[in-house]
Structure formats: C-alpha cells, structure tokens
Design a protein around this ligand. Sequence first.
Ligand SMILES: [Zn+2]
Length: 265
Amino acid sequence: MGGLPSVLKNKRGHAYILEGEATETLALGQAFAKGLNCLASQEVNPCGQCLSCRVFESGNHPDIFYVKGTKTTGIGVDDVRDQIVMAMTTQPFRYKYKIFIVDKAETLTPAAQNALLKTIEEPAHYGVFLFLATGVHTLLPTLMSRCVLVKLGETAKTPNAEHEALAEEIAGNINRMDILETLALYRRFEPYKESRESMTQQLDMLYLAYARRISQAASKGEPQCKQWHDSISAVQHTKQVLAQNGNFQLAVEMMLLRLSGNYSF
Ligand SMILES: [Zn+2]
C-alpha cells in the first residue's frame, strides 16, 4: 500500500473512523498506529526498525491495543469500559501514545458508543482511537461528530449510486425548497413503496448523508448544524414508522417536511 492519507499524516485529531473494506482499514489502522508510536518516524511513517516498530510486528506492543467484543452480539458496553475507558486511566507503558484499534466498529452497540463519548471527547493527551468499519450507518451521530472520518477507496459497502445521488440531492438542497417542492420529492420515493429493502437502503443513505456532514464539520473544526441532527432523527423515526407498517406516503412526506427544516412536529 502507498503512504498514509494526508488527513492521517497531519494527525489533526485523536479519534478516527476508517471506513472501507475490512482488510484495507486494518492494514491502514495498523500502519498508522505503528507510525504514531515509531521512535524514528517522519510524518507518521513507521520505520520498521526501531524497538516500537519491531515490538508491534511481534504482536505484543504494550501501548497498542486491539479492542474485541466478548459477546456474539457485538462490541458491548462492558468491552468498551474494560478495554478502553479503564485502560485510558493510566499513562502509556513506554511509548508516546496509547492506541486503541477497534476493528468491526460497526458492531459497537449504541450503549457501548455512548460509554465512549466522554473518553473520546476529553481524552488524555496520549489517547488515540481508531475505529475500523465497513460502514458507518450503525454509528451514532454523537460518536461520528467526535471523530475524523477517513473513507478508503470506493469499496466501502458501495451503495446503489441512485440512492446516494438522491440522498445527496435532498441533504444538499431541501432547506432551500418551498413546501410544494419539498412535498414533490415524495414522487422520488414512490418507486420504493413496494420494496422495503430499497426503501431501507434509501433511508440509510440519507442518514449517512447527514452523518457525513456532521463528521466532516467536526473534523474541520467547523460548527455543527442543528438541522443535521434533527434530520437524522427524522430519518430514524421514518424507518421505525415504516417497520411498523405505517402509511408510506404520510411517513415520507412528514420526513421531507422535517428535513426541510421549516416545519417541526
Ligand atoms: Zn519505527
């Protein structure tokens, strides 16, 4: 693989989500972790020769941890408390950073994500968190907004381009639409009426469109837009209503009005 993406070289944050194909995110996460603790590194490129690099390669680095779920249901709140929150209360053993690599971060339960927020928001200077995920739609906006999102390649669960285009179109423009234009967007959803799966994908894409805005603003230190968070709630709510066989058209129109930011319910 080539060098690290520049967003990593600059080390602008201390918490990162690497989104992409599993082997790729793991390789990049490991290179980054190794580079951060490398004793000789320039621009976070691991030298491969120093003690830290060699110890890492042996699989026994005292300050780089792989966080694992201990239950089949995913990475739970106990895992996060035991393996991250507690571990962060002590200084690194020998090297500059204590680095936590959370593979399959998409399996973090919501409770586990909540348990992490404080640690990530106010980390000790030595804490670095790498969340490796094949997709980010299960990650809470509150977690994403505290992390720098690094999207690798285009292999990351490539959603149907049509869904992504519609989601971007809505997230980018709906706040400038009047009520008739907003409601007219319903027609774009109508084809999904008979296919719950397509509709779920479309809603996931919408969720992602807003989550990305939150995460990107956070990574650039820009202010968050409250409307993005409201929009995410609106999308999640719509998913629930449809899962309970609520009226399709009504649910979509209500969602569109909420996304437009001009109407609250
Ligand atoms: Zn090194």
